[in-house]
Design a protein around this ligand. Structure first.
Ligand SMILES: [Zn+2]
Length: 279
């Protein structure tokens, strides 16, 4: 059985989000623990209450997405320090929320080389890992000065972090397509995962953000779209789903909308393709 989940808003409370996910039959969930674009962070629910909710709703793993108002690849000392402070704090917040993983976007290249940015990013991650918890690097779309979009960049990053255990990879399909990896046919999907295995290792993969992308493959523009309304085609998507099923990778929808009602078409597509795959 594939473990499905979604990015949900916690505007009505974390308990509301958790039970909303359960209502839609989801087995996993992703939230932001604070506004991703900045501002004061809200107090967290009392320690212990969240595990109870997650248990009752049968939600695991529980993913928390790091805010993006800091740049973990910053080389400027002040910005670098700010990223370290905010992201270490976030590690503590994830622990208090009983989250399993903190998902991190690689960040942006400043007035320096890609190699130096990747080195700075690996230092930020080492700093974060002084706290308990598990960090997942998400591949970027390669918009503007984003680093960590190509499998080669990511391979270099993981080679810097080789000895660390509490680090993994989360694949965003919309970002991969935006950067230039076609995931259209079943062959495309197989080829992509072969490369991913060679460069990063499939054992590093801890989950998938399953999103279509509105813009053509390779134009480096990221706009999440409902499944099969952008660049994806049924055979490629089916191949992706059967791989996720086989490898037990949790699949998280970040398609448009703040709740699962808005994503019922995506859930229907997945159910239909999984059914066909099992026949
Ligand atoms: Zn994503």
């Amino acid at each position: 059985m594939i473990v499905l989940g979604g990015q949900l808003s916690t505007a009505k409370g974390l308990d509301y989000a958790i039970f909303h996910a359960a209502q839609y039959g989801l087995g996993t969930l992703q939230i932001f623990s604070r506004s991703p674009v900045g501002g004061q962070s809200k107090p967290l629910p009392k320690t212990g209450t969240v595990t109870g909710w997650l248990e009752q709703a049968h939600i695991r793993p529980f993913f928390v997405h790091a805010p993006y108002f800091v740049n973990p690849a910053a080389t400027d000392p002040q910005m670098k320090n700010r990223a370290r402070v905010v992201l270490s704090e976030e590690m503590i917040r994830v622990k208090r929320l009983h989250g399993d993983y903190l998902i991190l976007h690689p960040g942006h290249q400043q007035e320096t080389s890609v190699e130096e940015s990747l080195e700075a990013l690996s230092q930020t991650i080492r700093y974060m890992l002084k706290k308990p918890g598990f960090v997942l690097i998400e591949n970027a779309a390669g918009q503007g000065r984003e680093i960590g979009a190509s499998l080669d960049d990511l391979a270099r990053l993981f080679s810097h972090l080789r000895r660390l255990r509490r680090i993994g990879f989360l694949l965003d399909t919309a970002h991969a397509m935006a950067f230039g990896y076609a995931l259209t046919t079943a062959d495309d999907v197989s080829r992509f995962f072969e490369q991913l295995d060679q460069k990063i290792g499939l054992e590093r993969v801890k989950g998938i953000h399953l999103n279509d992308n509105m813009y053509p493959v390779g134009v480096k523009r990221d706009r999440h779209a409902h499944l099969l309304t952008g660049q994806m085609r049924p055979e490629g998507l089916q191949q992706l789903l059967s791989l996720a099923d086989e490898k037990h990778w949790p699949v998280i929808l970040e398609t448009p909308g703040k709740d699962m009602a808005a994503r019922s078409q995506d859930l229907a597509v997945i159910t239909q393709l999984m059914d066909i795959g099992q026949k």
